[in-house]
Write a protein that binds this ligand. Structure first.
Ligand code: CP
Ligand code: NVA
Length: 310
């Protein structure tokens, strides 16, 4: 049986990423107008059991994976890391070996990337990255799908990230290399992204531009993206300092006005309204934030099919 882990955008081939996005769009089209609980016509996960493990909170990832599996005919179990032996000393490797005897697919949201990688190394079923401290590939698959639904191919477009150089930015940097768009980062030096993420995009011929001035950064942007200023893995004590550092990078109407007139605005959500982005932008004409959220469902369904070779 073919088995693919979906661990990151930079560790999946560009043709496979493209095939997943195309498949997601086809599956979305095929079920237009149906109630969410109605099954898809084909049932590629029929008889399949999927474990959804969460060591951090989640609304979108949890619900979209659960609904997606059911639409494709499979069954799910949602597990919280704390309630499993995972939180009480059993190794990740042993957990992976055990779960592989019960389920056909594992999705995990965790803290350390090492946990995800150890799970994938020892599982004999596919493992999907549902977010770590370092990356969030499923989100960016949905975001690429969303951009292309609204504006056509993302290749060659200018994408500007405002704020913290975090895990969601990392997957955008990987995607810049794989999908061939120009990515700019604007944020304070203290919250710069990791060098390795930028090196990947550069190695694919799409170096990331760093521009400290947000007004200059968004000039001519086709897409403006931001994310929460404090991520789930950041210490609560960092909050005040980060707010001070990032206030100048808020996405508001004045900043959006510097982008192209038909620029899109994205945020993976959950958002802190009027911190990283104003409500006027989030609810305004450029915003596609709820399409992004919906497309998590379709993109992840395509990811799961690819993982299982179905
Ligand atoms: N965007 C995202 O992953 O949302 P959740 O944390 O709600 O899953
Ligand atoms: N950067 C955020 C994304 C949440 C979906 C976090 O890791 O908390």
């Amino acid at each position: 049986m073919r088995m693919n882990h979906f661990l990151d955008i930079h560790t999946t081939t560009a043709p496979d990423l493209r095939a997943i996005i195309d498949n997601a769009r086809a599956m979305k089209d095929a079920r237009k107008g149906r109630p969410r609980g109605m099954a898809d016509d084909d049932q590629p996960l029929s008889g399949h059991m999927v474990a959804l493990i969460f060591e951090k909170p989640s609304t979108r990832t949890r619900v979209s994976f659960d609904v997606g599996v059911r639409q494709m005919g499979g069954q799910t179990m949602v597990l919280s890391g704390k309630e499993m032996q995972l939180g009480h000393g059993e190794t990740i490797a042993d957990t992976a070996r055990v779960l592989s005897r019960y389920v056909d697919l594992i999705m995990i949201r965790t803290f350390e990337e090492a946990t995800l990688l150890e799970m994938a190394e020892h599982a004999t079923v596919p493992v999907i990255n549902g977010l770590t401290n370092r990356t969030h590939p499923c989100q960016i698959m949905a975001d690429i799908m969303t951009y292309e639904e609204h504006r056509g191919p993302i290749a060659g477009k200018k994408v500007v990230w405002c704020g913290d150089g975090n895990n969601v930015f990392a997957s955008f940097a990987h995607a810049a290399g794989q999908f061939g768009f120009d990515l700019s980062f604007t944020g304070p030096e203290t919250l710069d992204p990791e060098r390795t993420w930028l090196d990947f995009a550069a190695s694919k011929g799409h170096p990331v531009t760093i521009e400290r001035n947000p007004d200059r950064a968004v000039e001519g942007a086709d897409l403006v993206v931001t994310d929460t200023w404090v991520s789930m893995h950041d210490p609560e004590s960092a909050k005040e300092r980060r707010h001070n550092q990032l206030r100048a990078y808020q996405v508001n109407e004045a900043l959006m006005a510097r982008a192209k007139p038909d620029a899109l605005f994205m945020h993976c959500l959950p958002a802190h309204r009027n911190d990283e982005a104003t409500s006027a932008v989030m609810d305004g004409p450029h915003s596609v934030i709820f399409d992004e959220a919906e497309n998590r469902l379709h993109a992840q369904k395509a990811v799961m099919r690819w993982c299982l070779g179905r």
